[in-house]
Ligand binder design. Structure first.
Ligand SMILES: C[S@@+](CC[C@H](N)C(=O)[O-])C[C@H]1O[C@@H](n2cnc3c(N)ncnc32)[C@H](O)[C@@H]1O
Length: 294
């Protein structure tokens, strides 16, 4: 790995994820997108093999398992087992394995999967780093298999009541800047981005075909009383505060547990007073060409 590649990876937050927060985020995301696997991807084979990369608590994979025949095989990979559900709860056709998505996969996994799905693994990925992980994940695909990448981007904060503060929520957002200092960022915890980042070009450049990108705003759904956006705002602030906790041990970061706790209290009060955020859920899909293409 080059120095640049090392530097890029060092800037990823290493957070202790709370499985319950991930599960709630899963419900909110699935409501926003309206699907687990993009409708352009046919999963009709009764022996389909599905991989979930950065599976975390496995909420996505477990729900996919419920939607497919029990003859399908599902595998969740993650760099840490900390959020994996207890093995005794895994359905017989589903398992979790330890693996870093940037490292080569064992020969037994290569070319084995019909669908490889990734969701919310990038805090902020630079284009080159993102392409490297995609190229590695493509090795898992059978010819004709699909890669699906879901991530959130384009964060923004709003007031809903005149005269209320959003300073604490903004301070949390700004605190994530150390993770954003990457050349040519393309996906992840980015504030609203006016440019077309041409993520689909990265997929096509790596040889994927039938590439399609959907972008869904978190306010896509009718939410007259604002309950869903209140829940989503609290959920994301808990996630961001956990990222900031990872900076406490970084010398000179300016972050202490006391500062984070003060901010948590103030941010939740701001949300009580109507402050909310929106984000975009980006879903990009692409298919590995069939063997006949070569
Ligand atoms: C925010 S959680 C998302 C979990 C799950 N994908 C979901 O959507 O609910 C991010 C997950 O990505 C995992 N992760 C981060 N970097 C990874 C890497 N290089 N390889 C594999 N997993 C990784 C983390 O351990 C964590 O479980």
């Amino acid at each position: 790995m080059s120095d640049t590649q090392d530097r890029d990876r060092d800037l990823q937050p290493r957070i202790e994820e709370i499985p319950e927060r991930q599960d709630e985020q899963h419900i909110i995301t699935t409501e926003t997108l309206g699907f687990l696997i993009h409708p352009n991807i046919a999963t009709t084979s009764p022996t389909a093999k599905i991989a979930d990369i950065g599976a975390g608590s496995g909420s996505w994979l477990l729900d996919v398992a419920k939607s497919l025949p029990s003859t399908c095989q599902l595998t969740g990979f993650d760099i840490t087992p900390s959020a994996f559900p207890p093995p005794e709860t895994w359905p017989s056709n589903l398992s979790f394995k330890l693996h870093d998505m940037f490292l080569p996969f064992p020969a037994s996994e290569v070319g084995a999967y019909d669908v490889v799905a990734v969701r919310f693994t990038s805090s902020v990925a630079a284009r080159e780093e993102w392409a490297r992980s995609i190229a590695n994940l493509m090795t898992l695909l059978k010819p004709g298999g699909w890669l699906q990448w879901i991530d959130s981007c384009n964060f923004a904060l709003y007031n809903s009541t005149p005269g209320t503060s959003r300073a604490a929520c903004q301070e949390i957002y700004d605190g994530l800047d150390p993770f954003r200092h990457k050349a040519d960022p393309v996906i992840g915890l980015m504030m609203r981005e006016a440019r077309n980042l041409r993520r689909d070009d990265v997929f096509r450049g790596l040889g994927l075909v039938d590439v399609h990108e959907d972008v869904f705003s978190s306010d896509r759904l009718q939410d007259i009383e604002g309950k869903a956006r209140d829940k989503a705002t609290r959920n994301i602030m808990v996630c961001f505060l956990a990222c900031l906790e990872g900076l406490v041990a970084v010398e000179g970061s300016g972050w202490t547990n006391e500062r984070i706790e003060r901010l948590r209290e103030k941010a939740m009060k701001e949300i009580d007073e109507g402050v909310y955020h929106t984000l975009d859920q980006v879903c990009i899909i692409g298919r590995k060409p069939d063997a006949a293409y070569h």
